[in-house]
Design a protein around this ligand. Structure first.
Ligand SMILES: C[S@@+](CC[C@H](N)C(=O)[O-])C[C@H]1O[C@@H](n2cnc3c(N)ncnc32)[C@H](O)[C@@H]1O
Length: 203
């Protein structure tokens, strides 16, 4: 029987499988951060679906970062993030109903958006309420239509309700919501593996 993403990832946190996920996502996230931080200005940062907080911890150590917060719907992931990074800021909340107290310059998210009830709606909320003017949303996805080897993940991981969209569908979500300077690329593409689909745009 399939379970919700929050149930499954809470179990992963308890079993320490979050550390394997960190290793698997590391190179793609480095690629995303290199792109998002290339301006060299001071910035504030949200990691949407932060897991055990490894990205918030890393970004928080950047001299130019004046504020970083991680949000995740799994209380087990957030407990773990607070243990691994006691001085970091972490919130347990459903991304669909959470709003930051103050808008930020960069919203980052790795391997999260296809688990959401309505990814397009969250992209709109981020545009409307999470980002400063000229702020950037950047997301990384390994589960998407063109990456054929990912198609059975809902079955193999036993996770319900995973949304399989194509690259163009994801790009359309960014466009209709109003993002400008939209870019997408695949990172780490190799035999049979489509790579991480990275999509970004500016408010
Ligand atoms: C594949 S993990 C990625 C975690 C982290 N970004 C990383 O790269 O290690 C997906 C994360 O999204 C969180 N998540 C899924 N749906 C969510 C929702 N509706 N609200 C908040 N978090 C959610 C899960 O709890 C999980 O920690």
């Amino acid at each position: 029987m399939k379970r919700s993403p929050i149930e499954v990832f809470s179990e992963w946190a308890t079993l320490d499988k979050d550390f394997g996920m960190e290793q698997n996502h590391k190179r793609s996230v480095e690629n995303m951060l290199t792109f998002a931080l290339k301006q060299n200005n001071s910035f504030s940062f949200i990691d949407a679906g932060c897991g055990n907080g490894w990205v918030v911890k890393k970004v928080g150590e950047n001299q130019l970062c004046n504020y970083a917060v991680g949000v995740d719907g799994s209380d087990k992931m957030i407990e773990k993030a607070k243990t691994l990074d006691p001085s970091g800021s972490y919130v347990c909340a459903d991304l669909m109903s959470w709003y930051p107290k103050k808008p930020v310059d960069i919203v980052h998210s790795m391997e999260v958006f296809y688990y959401l009830e309505n990814p397009k709606e969250l992209i709109k909320q981020i545009f409307d309420s999470w980002l400063n003017n000229k702020g950037r949303l950047i997301i990384g996805l390994d589960f998407y239509f063109e990456n054929k080897v990912s198609h059975d993940w809902s079955e193999s991981c036993g996770i319900s309700n995973m949304k399989l969209f194509s690259e163009n569908e994801w790009l359309d979500f960014f466009k209709v919501v109003g993002f400008q300077s939209i870019n997408s690329w695949r990172f780490g593409e190799k035999d049979g593996w489509g790579g991480t689909l990275i999509i970004t745009g500016l408010k």
